[in-house]
Every structure is written in C-alpha cells, then in structure tokens.
Design a protein around this ligand. Structure first.
Ligand code: SGN
Ligand code: CA
Length: 503
C-alpha cells in the first residue's frame, strides 16, 4: 500500500472469542465463521486482546478515543461521549478522509458531524427486526433484519455516498449478537437437532473466590426471561423457573414484526415452546434446555454477522479495493456462553475481558499471522492513526500496534481494567491488572484482592491470594497494580464518595 489506506472497521456487539472458529483452532469450536476465518487467514489474529471495561458504551468510547474510561468521561452505560473528546474518526476526517458509521453506536449522543460525513445509528441498543435508525434527517424505520440492513447501508455509502477522491473510513457496526439474541429468518434452522458441548464451568459454585460472585444476577438458569431470552411465551408447568419481560420492554420485539415475520417466527419456535409447555422439566433437563436454547440463538445471530462480513469483503474484492484497505474486526467486549453459569459480561474474568481482534492489512500483516502480545481496546485509535500517517495526540493512552505487527514486541507490561458500574446483573464495581500469567482483582467494595494463576488455573476457579506459595507474586502484583492506578490517575475512592449500595 503506497497511498493512504482505506479502513473498513467492523465492530460487533458482545461477540465472544469462543464464537469465532478462527480464534479456537486448537480448542472447542462451537461454530463455524467462514468469513471471519477468511479474514484471519488473509491477515492476523491477536490472541491476547482485551478490553479495559467490559461494557458497551465505555468500551466503544475507549476504542474511539484511545483513552481509559476515566480520561474520556465514559465510565458507565449512562455516560455520553462529550463533544470535545477527539476520536480517531474525527482526526482521520480532519486529515482528509471520507468517514461514515452505520449501526450500533450507543454513546448517548448522536455522532458528530466533525467525526463522520455520513452516519445512521440505531437508537440505544437498537432492534433486530425492522429497526429504526437515527439519521441527521430524523428517525427512519427500515424493514428487514438489522445485520443485513446495516451492511446494505454502509455498502451503499461506499458505492454512492462517499467522495471517491479521498481515502475512506467505513465503520460497520453490528447490533448482533447482543441480547435478546434474535436470529435472521434464514438461520432459524441452522442448528436444528444440534447439541452444543457444555463449557466445563457451567456448574461453577463460585467457591474459592470472593463471596460477592454468589450475588451475581446473570445465571442462565436463574436470571434469564422465558419470553425475551428463551423465546418461550407460555412455559406451562415450568413457568415458576424464570420471569417474563413486560410487553413494553425495549428489547421485546414481537410487536415490531410484520404479520408474516411473526408467523414465520412462531413456526420456527413452536417446537421449543411445545417442549416446555408439555413437559415438567427436571432441574437437569431445564438447565440443558436453557443452555442449548441460549447458545443456539446466540450463534445463529453470529451467523448473520459472519455472512455480512463476507458480503463486505466481497464488495472490496469486486471494487478492486481489497489491496488498499485495512479491515479490522472486533467486538466491544467478550461474553459468557455459559461459562461460570453466565450470560452477559462486565467481570474482569477471561471470557468478558477478552475481545476478538482480527486485522487484514495487505503489505503489512502476513497471511495467517498470530500475535501473542497483550493488547487493549485503547490501542486501536493510535494504530489506525499511525497507519494513516496522522499524528497521535499526546493524551491518547493506548499504544500503536505497529510494533507488535512488525516484530512481535510487547507494548504493555500489564493491562489495567476497571468496571465502574455497580449493581446491574449483580456485578460489583472492581478493578485489576492482567499480565500474561497472573491476574490481580480488587473487589474494592469488599476490600478483597483475588489473585489468579492463569497458567495453572485458566478457568479462574480459585484465587491463590492467601496461598503462602504465592506471597511474593502477590506482593509484586500489588505493587504493579498501585503503579498502574497512579499512572492511570485513579482516585483513592471510586464510586459515589467511595460508598456502594448493596448489589
Ligand atoms: C441490556 C441487557 C443487559 C445488558 C445491557 C448492556 N438487558 O440492558 O443484559 O447487560 O443491555 O449491554 S436486555 O434485557 O435489555 O437485553 S451493552 O452491550 O450495551 O453493554
Ligand atoms: Ca456490548
């Protein structure tokens, strides 16, 4: 690539590393993602890629600004990205790029015209069926399935909307596979008759770690809803096991469907509902049912993300753009697919702290490269700026991945993580650091540190903070943690005056 590269930046929502076949070539492959695998084969995968705060709005703000949550002001799902925060998109635009973003945005404000020439975003979490898009001209409802429409719109901009004299940044941002995991009609029967392997930690009892884990409200068999999560509207004799979401709930989508869509949906889910309605399930049967239904729906949503990634790659091929375009695929955080009994994210534990990161960069990244260095979401903005020859602002805290790509360098001694929301899904505010081998977690509302030896305990089932054999490691990790807090300017008392309500 001699001229300034184009960028196709693809961001999905809650797409777990466990749900991309290219990122699980040595382990259990739950599903196949041929188009993401193609991207990995033609580019590189970052096997130790993590977020700094495993929740949507903050992670997206960190991706855009290259800064930690405290520095960009977006600590929770409720915070808006302030107008004066510089984003990599705005800096690229300022330097002569044509820029666009379509899909999930979720920054509690509209995208700025200084950042994007063209934007159409889903309100909040958006909807799977017949989604509304906020556009500069007002709200528009489009009939169809959200992953398809979002891709149509960004391809339409690439084809007809952009200034073709300029290099481009096109952000394709999927809502899927976010809760409530509603697949596209063409994938209703993708996994019919298929039984997914259960994760080894599906029956975690939360022993040997901070007691607060037991207060979580994100267990598949306890905290899902029959209707919106498991798609069973009449659970008959099993009704007592889970609640239901009221009709007015923002994510409850049946009311959005056309009569034809609803009829097809009802037909597709009839068998599932009949099984629950007509059988008194034992605990084991119910658990297996809930896990299988959840993973089936989630992975069916991933299937439409993957095939739309394929469409976008095909478009680049057809237009002769592939050689001049960096393609990035990532998600805003990881997700639990039954590990530790959970759905959702938020915790510093591996499944939610990890982020998929696949980059195809012709001329720079050799086909099939695999990088082991620790990298974080704050690194994306400086990487893309450097790739496009734009100065990296001094207040960006991330580090460009160029050195990782060029010689496999380590660019971080450890990664600092901080989840600030306290309460949703029964997850406490907490922070910590991760190195290649160890993770130190500070459950500061409980005044308790946990230490995980990731090499000997990759599933994070036992804290060794009080094991005499680990006291030197604990001391070193505590020291590194203190230094990380100082360098990230984390105040002594986090939360409202350091006081935390019960979960
Ligand atoms: C919704 C979901 C939660 C999820 C948050 C945040 N509930 O509130 O399960 O954790 O979004 O997700 S739902 O019943 O409305 O689907 S995030 O991706 O925006 O961080
Ligand atoms: Ca998310």
């Amino acid at each position: 690539m001699s001229k300034r590269p184009n960028i196709l930046f693809i961001l999905s929502d809650d797409h777990a590393v466990q749900a991309i076949s290219a990122l699980n070539r040595e382990g259990v492959q739950l599903n196949q993602t041929p188009n993401l695998d193609r991207l990995a084969d033609e580019g590189g995968t970052f096997r130790n890629s993590f977020c700094n705060n495993s929740i949507c709005t903050p992670s997206r703000a960190s991706i855009l600004t290259g800064k930690h949550s405290l520095q960009n002001g977006v600590l929770t799902l409720q915070d808006a990205l302030a107008k004066d925060q510089k984003t990599f998109a705005g800096l690229l635009k300022e330097s002569g790029y044509a820029t666009a973003l379509v899909g999930k945005w979720h920054l509690n404000c509209n995208p700025k015209d200084e950042d994007f020439d063209f934007w159409e975003v889903l309100p909040g979490q958006g909807s799977y069926y017949n989604p509304d898009y906020i556009t500069p001209q007002g709200m528009v409802r489009r009939e169809g399935y959200v992953s398809d429409i979002t891709t149509d719109r960004i391809l339409e901009w690439m084809e007809n909307g952009r200034d073709k004299e300029k290099p481009f940044l096109a952000c394709l941002q999927f809502k899927a596979p976010h809760r409530p995991w509603m697949p596209a009609p063409r994938f209703y029967s993708l996994y019919e008759g298929h039984t997914f392997p259960e994760p080894e930690t599906l029956h975690d009892d939360y022993s040997n770690r901070c007691e607060i884990l037991k207060q979580n409200r994100m267990e598949i068999t306890k905290h899902m809803n029959w209707n919106s999560d498991l798609k069973v509207r009449d659970a008959g004799p099993n009704s007592h096991r889970l609640g239901n979401v009221a009709k007015a709930h923002g994510e409850y989508e049946y009311d959005r469907m056309t009569p034809e869509q609803l009829a097809a949906w009802n037909e597709a889910y009839a068998e599932r509902e009949a099984y629950v309605k007509n059988n008194v399930l034992t605990d084991e049967e119910f658990e297996a049912f809930a896990y299988q239904s959840y993973v089936k729906d989630y992975l069916s949503c991933v299937a439409a993300v993957d095939d739309n990634v394929g469409r976008a790659l095909q478009y680049l091929d057809d237009q002769g753009l592939a050689e001049d375009t960096i393609v990035v695929y990532c998600a805003d955080q990881g997700f639990y697919l039954g590990e530790h009994r959970w759905f959702d994210k938020r915790w510093i534990f591996e499944e939610s702290m990890r982020m998929p990161l696949i980059v195809r960069w012709p001329g720079k990244i050799e086909s099939g490269s695999v990088y082991e260095s620790l990298v974080q979401n704050i690194d994306y903005a400086p990487t893309l700026l450097e790739a496009c020859g734009v100065d990296i602002p001094g207040d960006m805290q991330g580090t460009s991945l160029l050195r990782v790509i060029e010689d496999g360098s380590e660019i971080h001694d450890e990664l600092y993580y901080h989840y600030y929301m306290h309460g949703d899904h029964g997850v406490p505010a907490h922070d910590g650091i991760r190195t290649h081998r160890y993770k130190l977690i500070h459950f500061y509302t409980e005044k308790e540190f946990n230490l995980i030896d990731l090499e000997l305990d990759p599933m994070e089932l036992k804290s060794v903070h009080d094991d005499p054999a680990y006291q030197d490691i604990l001391k070193e990790m505590m020291h590194r943690y203190e230094l990380a807090r100082i360098s990230h300017h984390i105040p002594e008392a986090c939360g409202p005056n350091g006081v935390f309500p019960p979960l």
